[in-house]
Design a binder for this molecule. Structure first.
Ligand code: ZN
Length: 291
């Protein structure tokens, strides 16, 4: 739905960009404005180059050149859509959302409902993979791999690391037992319909160590799978879906955000394993880019 400029202005005026940004970095008065270390995890820095103008309600980073207003900040920092940013700020300021016409409202409802369903399927899949891992015998190659990389049970739990078995329909059968419609699981990019006139579905992730990718809200939104034995590709990642936008997500941030905040800097690595290994070694202010 389109918001009127008046509504957008009302929401924006009822919130202060400084309060929102101060949740993520410490701002101090400097040269008529406010300065702090850049809050964005992909731009760690020791010398503040992130400026905020309270009077203009805008921010500008002289280091990474991110800039904008309260809406773009929520979009860039939390991966919200414009609509989600408006909703969040309106509810924060206790401003009721405008009424939509029924057709628009039902379209919005459908998208919101689909997102919720996809989230639920991902959560089930994440639990399934994680339980699979925990059931592996100590001599299983995947267990051995995890041990060689020094992954403790605690780390496995913290990052909900899992295992997709060799079966072609392990996840299919599990989701079916939970009454998940297969077209929905296909939309979550977890299964695929068989081709060549055959009916049924098969698992996309097979015989892989699984790293669930979480949203800032802590929900599993996608998966990365690393092959342990023979096979290609070495890493298989979920493609983009309604709830997963690669460029907007940093792996590990759900677990590491609090350490990044307290250290006031982030180490950026590439890849799940590098992140988990550093975390395990006690370096916890770390995030991984999603390639
Ligand atoms: Zn920056």
């Amino acid at each position: 739905m389109k918001f009127t400029p008046e509504f957008i202005e009302r929401v924006s005026e009822a919130n202060n960009l400084v309060d929102i940004i101060s949740q993520h970095t410490q701002l101090k008065p400097a040269g008529g404005g406010l300065m702090g270390r850049c809050p964005f995890p992909d731009h760690p820095e020791k010398t503040p180059s992130f400026s905020v103008s309270e009077s203009k309600q805008v921010y500008n980073c002289f280091g990474c050149h991110k800039k904008g207003n309260i809406f773009t900040f929520l979009q860039q920092y939390n991966g919200m859509s414009f609509r989600e940013a408006i909703e969040y700020l309106a509810s924060r300021a206790q401003i009721p959302m405008p009424q939509m016409n029924p057709e628009e409202a039902s379209k919005q409802d459908l998208v919101a409902q689909k997102k919720k369903l996809l989230g639920r399927v991902n959560k089930m899949a994440s639990q399934y993979f994680h339980e699979n891992f925990k059931r592996l015998s100590a001599s299983h190659p995947v267990r051995e791999y995890a041990r060689k990389r020094g992954l403790s049970d605690q780390i496995i739990d913290t990052f909900q690391i899992g295992y997709a078995s060799e079966e072609w329909d392990g996840l299919v059968a599990y989701l079916e037992s939970k009454n998940v419609p297969m077209p929905l699981a296909e939309e979550a990019r977890l299964v695929k319909a068989r081709s060549g006139g055959k009916s049924g579905y098969f698992d996309i992730f097979r015989d892989r160590l699984i790293f669930p990718i979480f949203s800032m809200m802590g929900d599993a939104i996608a998966f990365g799978g690393r092959i342990i034995q023979q096979g290609e590709p070495k890493y298989l990642n979920s493609p983009e879906t309604l709830i997963f936008h690669k460029g907007k997500v940093l792996y590990g941030l759900t677990q590491t955000a609090k350490y990044i905040r307290s250290e006031d800097q982030a180490i950026v690595v590439e890849g799940y394993m590098d992140l988990v290994s550093l975390y395990q070694a006690g370096i916890q202010n770390v995030v991984a880019t999603m390639g």
